[in-house]
Write a protein that binds this ligand. Structure first.
Ligand code: PLP
Length: 344
């Protein structure tokens, strides 16, 4: 079924390294990164620390590990982080912060725009009292469900956190999408946070890898934690080279993914029984009326169009990325049109 997909909109994680990226990987100078000897990893870490305006960075195998290390760098056993119900580092990481870090999550409902209400954040901060876990950290996510957090909101929420003595972590798996969508340097979006986790393996198109950035002190702590969770890798410059290639060639082009997502959203919204949230970036959520939902999903699959479906296929997620171009979007829309001319 996977091999039969002609156009894969399930996620921006499905991108495969281009031949130019593979050539950069093959040519990478490498060393033992656990010894601190890999020049390509060092180059990637320095580059991302600079781009995000932080002192230091740490290359890790996955975004999940990057968030875990970030949370554990801020919080110890019996500490607590405030986080959204929909946040990846609460909902989608196997409970790792609790299981491996003994860190208690304090989840709050995300509002429709992805934010957490300031009053709710404030109310969730616990007083210094032995009944309570120690509230240590606010964790936000940008983009969240493809939505860009309003910059003034982020400033208000992190300022509030700081007034209560909390540190701030950003799950910036797709923070480059946010920066490109807003037309601001990514440093601006990273500035209010102590640590930021960035994925190279989403829209940036690298096969593997994430980077955690922050102060020299937090990243030194993170390096110890990375070893502890088994994320210290050896000649991993081969992967860092893919990340450097992505930073050189795949950042500005995220605007193409956003434009393609808009075309896709507008096209899908024209069909009966289909409603679409206008995307800020590269993720399109589509609601399909129950009477069409499963047949539509099957029709797409039969024609090699991959999407992610949930709730009996009434909710679809389409993600644009560098392996689905404008032509793939047009093809997907004509496959969809075929279905609706027959069924509506
Ligand atoms: C994908 C993703 C992660 C985790 O990345 P993995 O590399 O899949 O572990 C974390 N946060 C967000 C918002 C993500 O989209």
């Amino acid at each position: 079924m996977i091999a039969a997909l002609k156009h894969d909109f399930r996620s921006d994680t499905v991108t495969r390294p281009s031949s130019a990226m593979r050539a950069a990987m093959a040519a990478a100078e490498v060393g033992d990164d656990v010894f601190g000897d890999d020049p390509t990893v060092k180059q990637l870490e320095t580059r991302l620390a600079e781009m995000l305006g932080k002192q230091a960075a740490l290359f890790v195998p996955s975004g999940t590990q990057s968030n875990l290390i970030g949370l554990m760098a801020h919080c110890g056993r019996g500490d607590e982080y405030i986080v959204g119900q929909q946040a990846h580092c609460y909902r989608w990481e196997g409970g790792g912060a609790a299981v491996l870090g003994s860190i208690q999550p304090q989840p709050l409902d995300n509002l429709p725009d992805g934010t957490l209400a300031l009053e709710q954040i404030e109310a969730a901060v616990k007083p210094d009292d032995p009944h309570f876990a120690r509230t240590r950290l606010l964790a936000l996510e940008n983009t969240i469900g493809g939505k860009v957090l309003p910059t003034d909101y982020v400033e208000a929420a992190t300022a509030l956190a700081r007034r209560h003595g909390l540190a701030c972590h950003l799950d910036g798996a797709r923070v480059f999408n946010a920066a490109v969508a807003l037309g601001v340097p990514v440093e601006r979006l990273a500035r209010p946070f102590d640590t930021v986790s960035v994925c190279l393996s989403k829209g940036l198109g690298a096969p593997i890898g994430s980077v955690l950035v922050g102060s020299a002190e937090l990243i030194a702590k993170g390096r110890r934690l990375r070893k502890m969770v088994g994320g210290g890798l050896r000649q991993v410059g081969i992967l860092a080279a893919a990340g450097l290639y992505a930073l050189d060639h795949h950042v500005e082009r995220l605007a193409d993914d956003h434009a393609n997502a808009k075309v896709l959203a507008q096209g899908l919204a024209r069909f009966p029984g289909v409603s679409v949230v206008t995307p800020d970036t590269n993720i399109v959520f589509v609601d399909v009326a129950p009477q069409y939902a499963s047949a539509f999903a099957e029709h797409l699959a039969r024609h090699g169009i991959g999407v992610t479906s949930a709730y009996g296929a009434t909710r679809q997620r389409w993600v644009t990325h560098l392996d689905v171009d404008r032509q793939a979007v047009d093809t997907a829309l004509s496959v969809a049109a075929e279905f609706f001319t027959r069924h509506a």
